[in-house]
Design a protein around this ligand. Sequence first.
Ligand code: FNR
Length: 375
Amino acid sequence: MAKIASLKDIEEAAIKKLDTNALNYYYSGAQDMITLHDNSEAFDRYQIRPRTLRDVSNVDMGVTVFGKKFSSPIFIAATAMQKMANPVGELGNVRSACKHNVGFSLSSISTSSIEEVADAVKDLEAEGHKSVRYFQLYVYKERAKTLNLIRRAEKAGYDALFVTVDTPYLGRRLPDIRDNFKMPYHLKLANFQTSTDEVSDSTTESENSSWLARYFTDQVDPSLTWNDVLWVKQQTKLPIVIKGILTAEDAKLVVQHNFDGIIVSNHGGRQLDSVSATIDALAEVVEAVEGKIPVFLDGGVRRGTDVFKALALGAKAVFVGRPALWALSYDGEAGVDLMLDIIIEEFRMAMALSGCTETKDITKDYVKIAPKYIS
Ligand code: FNR
C-alpha cells in the first residue's frame, strides 16, 4: 500500500476496514447529504492571498482558548460511540490530543465514560503533557440526568461545556434508516451504562428505524429554549459554548445571554440538510459577535489550508469530527497521532507559504472568493 500522505488517504483506508453499520453511521449526513458535501467543497470556493519574502523560518501555530495555551488550533470534535471504530475508542483520541497539546471534546453519548477519558491521560500528564477536555452536553428530558453529567464533568476536570443546540430530534440519515442502525451489543453508552436493548424497536414503517433516532426521541428534550440553556449556565462555573449556530441572529442571542463561545456547526451535515456550509456561515457569525466571545468552526475541515481559511475568516480554532473517527479505525491511537501530525504540518506549511508566522497574523486579507464564484 502507498504511504499515507493526507487525511483523505486515511479516510479511504478506514472505509475499507469498517463494517456497514459503523460506516453508515460515521459517514452519513442527513437526507440527500447536500450540506455534508458542501461543508468540504465550500472551502475550495475561497482562495488564499499569500504574502512573500517574510522570514518564515519560525512559525508559531499557538492559540489561547479560555486561558489555556495550545500548540495548534486543530481540535477534536465530539463524536458519539467511538468504540465502533476501534476498541480503544475515545481513549485513543483523548490521548493523541493530549500528546499534540490540542483540545478534545467528549460526546454525551460516548462509549467511554467521562471518568475513563479523564483517567486515560493521567500517565501523559505525569510526563508533563497537558490535557484540555471539553464535555459536549445534550440536555436530557430528565434534568437530574443532565445535572449528573455536569457534576461529573466538573469533578473530572473538564474545561468547558459545549451545549449542542441543533439536535432537538436526530436528523434523518437515510443509510441508518435503510439498514436499521444499532449500537453493537457489546458496547454501552458509558455515561449511563445504557445497553442496546434498552431502546425500543421501531414499530411503524414510517418511524425512523435508526436506534439512535429512537434513543433521542425517548431521552433528549425537544422543547429546549434559551431559558433551558440558561438553566445549564446557572448550574456551573464552567464556560458554556453553544454548539450549532449558523446565523447572525442566533449569534447575537448567544452574546446577549452571556454565554462564553460559539461553535459554528451544522453537526457535520447530519441534522438539517440544505443549510449553509459552515465556512460560508462563519463570517456573519464573527461579525455579529463583534469580538466579544470566541467563535470556533467545525464541518468539512480536511486540510491545513482549510484551517488557514477558517482562521482568516475569524475562527479561533477548528474541530475535526470524522477525520478522528477514520484515523481511529485505521490504526487506533497511532492513527489519530498520524492524522494530527499530517494536518498540523499542512497548517504550518500553509502559514509559512502565506507569510504568516503567528496565528494572529492570519486576517481576512489573506482570503478572497475565487473569481469564478463571484456573480
Ligand atoms: C457527530 N457530531 C456530534 N455532535 C455532538 O454535539 N454530539 C455528538 O454526539 C455527535 N456525534 C457525532 C457522531 C458522528 C459519527 C459524527 C460524524 C458527528 C457532530 C460533530 O461534533 C461535528 O460537528 C462534526 O463531526 C464536524 O464535521 P466533520 O469534521 O465530521 O466534517
